[in-house]
Design a protein around this ligand. Sequence first.
Ligand code: HEC
Ligand code: HEC
Length: 491
Amino acid sequence: MQRLEKMSWYKSSQVVLCLRVLVILIYAGSAPLTAEEVDQKTSADRVHVRSSEQANFIGPSVQRTGRSQAGRQYLVNGNYLTSGVPLEMAKQRYPKGVPNHLKRTGAAASIPFNYNVVTSSSGNLIVVSNCLQCHAQQIDGQFVMGLGNTFVNFARNIGPQAEAIDLLLALRYGTESAQRSDFQRFKTSLTAVAPYIQTKVRGVHSADKLAFVLAAHRDGRDLQWRTPKEIPQSLHGEAIPTDVPPWWVLKKKHAMFYAGTGRGDFARIMMASSLVTLKDTTEASEIDRAFVDVLAFLKTIEPPRYPKPIHADLAAHGRLLFEEHCARCHGTYGDQERYPNLLIPTEEVGTDPLLAQANGTTYRSYFEAHGDSWFAQPPHAAKLVVTDGYVAPPLDGIWITAPYLHNGSVPDLMTLLDSPKRPASWRRSFRSNDYDYDKVGWRYEITTPQQDHDASVYDTTRQGYGNQGHRFGDDFTTDQRKMVVEYLKTL
Ligand code: HEC
Ligand code: HEC
């Protein structure tokens, strides 16, 4: 199917080639490809091309192998972000201390799980954001590593917050202080991206747009910060909302992200988060090497088990229904696991097409620019490909990942499998103990659409927030639907 990879990333301009060679030379520490690796790579690429002509199969890409323990250590203690606030100031926010979910030692034990303590370039201990800002969540008092954070609030403007902290630092430590200068790169990034990444609803993310806006502020090759003369028109539109896939399914997937856009070297793709505070390519290369271990760690994460009793009979019937109606896309589970890695065209799955479509239109130039950037340099090139569909994800631990679909527009599994019953406009309490273990998802109340007022109302009539499609459960009887949901609890 041609549609899967409409885009060729290889520009044959000599300038590009020369620069690539240069970057490879500078790329200290990573050996050039051996003949064997080249073979491996090209055969993987061939698999990709051949299979994409067949059904909707996403072919694998070669990944580097890393050490999972070191990866966990780096994830929750490492310095992939290097600009933040002084440790002493951060600690004052938590006079009573915080739960040490990550069982960290040293200074990090006294700050929340979604921050790391690192040494700044001026030698001070500073507190910086980590990946768990968006990739961990507490639910019913339980801390779950790798679960997407559905409590975030991108509906408010984060710019003024950065300004306020900066002012505080200036007052407390002085305008010329090291403490203030340690915060500047973070502040510059935050204030630059803030106007573009606001969402209409609380709980959804705008991470893709965040990445594009950051990219617009970086030189693709030397990765240095530069303020563009003007912000490209493509970035002025509304942010397209997404949910966050849980980390424990990544080990099965051949492509990252809902639209299956992330290919090639996954560690390299993930480390792009460091663009928030990155100085240059030397620092990028160091982070890149450490992220090989982070990827190894992510692959060890297992989904939490459903904590309530499961009706074995119902689940057994549900399994048969699932295998008949769902497994061709989502795979099978248990003893004989099989995951088909399929990208389903938007017209077939029928869910809100905006995210997938924007990648090929509004944001196409960023995909192209990525193909020429530092990130796409061999031997461990990250690739972003434009697709026009969504990955049918593995459903391991699906019971805990509500709300559902790529934009988080459906509050629970019962209504996901009964599309006419999905609430057009709904509000959840944003309390972490408000989970409905029977319907499997967040409790909600039905509301009227509130176009501009209340960010806790999920109004599915907004562009990109639609809850349509994926009608594969509509023909079930209520009993059958309950059986399938009972089975989904076991995954
Ligand atoms: C601001 C929130 C945010 C932060 C911080 C963040 N991510 Fe993500 N991440 C997301 C969102 C949202 C997605 C889904 C985007 C999509 O699929 O379109 C995502 C997707 C991913 C995926 C792909 C999962 C899959 O199954 O396709 C991985 C892996 C990942 N992030 C790792 C990381 C790592 C490692 C870090 C830290 C370096 C990080 N992320 C920081 C929000 C974030
Ligand atoms: C034709 C392929 C296909 C079939 C058949 C199918 N699905 Fe899906 N499913 C998808 C795709 C693609 C998505 C992602 C859609 C999106 O996020 O917009 C998805 C999403 C889901 C999700 C939400 C995942 C999440 O993380 O939010 C669940 C749950 C799910 N499917 C369950 C089922 C069940 C149960 C069945 C059988 C009744 C089924 N699916 C049948 C393709 C399929």
